[in-house]
Design a protein around this ligand. Structure first.
Ligand SMILES: [Zn+2]
Length: 242
């Protein structure tokens, strides 16, 4: 086995795997998070709209109850007025008149209240109408974004499939042991298992290499790992010149 040649192959493989890793992140983490955020924003607006609906309902219940109060007071006025002619003494008559006048005052207060409640309901209904327009625009926007995201995810799936096909072709020619080490590292090192040195430091974690380690890498006798992040190291020029 020529180690330099194997390293060149897994470095190529890493390029594809990094792309697959990024695409999966985008598909499984970034877009779902974005969609969740938009969904929550929309649900929040919907919740506020529903609160408005609830407010209108309770105002209508209040109005109904005041109307009933008003009707019963009006009935009481009628009844008391009817009784006026059956009274015997002037004193009784005066008391009844006072009662009627007090009932009439109640009626006028209630009429005032019913009217006010009508005005309040009208205001809230107007507000709801406006909010409804805004909400349906928001819903449309949300659906459009949802569609865009789902289309983008389909594109990503296509890209992943293409990259995986290329990966399967490449993988056939890689030494089994090297491949197994590489794939284990890929899993535990967040999709990055092999990196070139950059100015004599690890290309991933930037740990500076000793001249001895650099010599070991250059010999390509066995795999050399970064002492810090444990990724496989190589020198880009060696692979490119190959
Ligand atoms: Zn490192």
């Amino acid at each position: 086995m020529n180690l330099k040649e194997e390293i060149r192959k897994i470095a190529q493989l890493q390029e594809i795997d990094s792309r697959i890793y990024d695409l999966r992140q985008e598909k499984e983490v970034e877009w779902p998070a974005q969609l969740e955020k938009l969904k929550n924003e929309y649900e929040e607006k919907k919740k506020n709209f529903n609160l408005l609906e609830g407010k209108i309902k309770s105002l209508q219940v209040e109005r109904k109850s005041r109307e009933l109060d008003l009707a019963s007071k009006e009935e009481a006025v009628k009844k008391a007025s009817g009784q006026l002619y059956q009274l015997k003494t002037n004193k009784e008559y005066q008391i009844k008149l006072t009662e009627i006048s007090s009932l009439k005052a109640d009626v006028s207060v209630l009429e005032e209240e019913v009217l006010k409640t009508f005005e309040v309901i009208e205001g809230v209904v107007g507000q709801r109408l406006k909010e409804q327009t805004v909400l349906s625009q928001e819903e449309k926007k949300y659906k459009e974004e949802e569609n865009k995201i789902s289309n983008r995810i389909k594109e990503i799936e296509g890209d992943i499939k293409g990259s995986e096909d290329r990966r399967n072709m490449l993988v056939r020619n890689v030494d089994e042991q090297i491949l197994s080490k590489y794939e284990k590292l890929l899993k535990i090192r967040f999709g990055l298992a092999i990196v070139p040195l950059k100015s004599e430091s690890c290309g991933a974690c930037h740990l500076r290499m000793t001249p001895q380690t650099i010599n070991e890498i250059k010999m390509y006798k066995e795999l050399v790992f970064c002492g810090n992040c444990v990724r496989i190291l190589y020198i880009l020029e060696d692979i490119e010149r190959w």
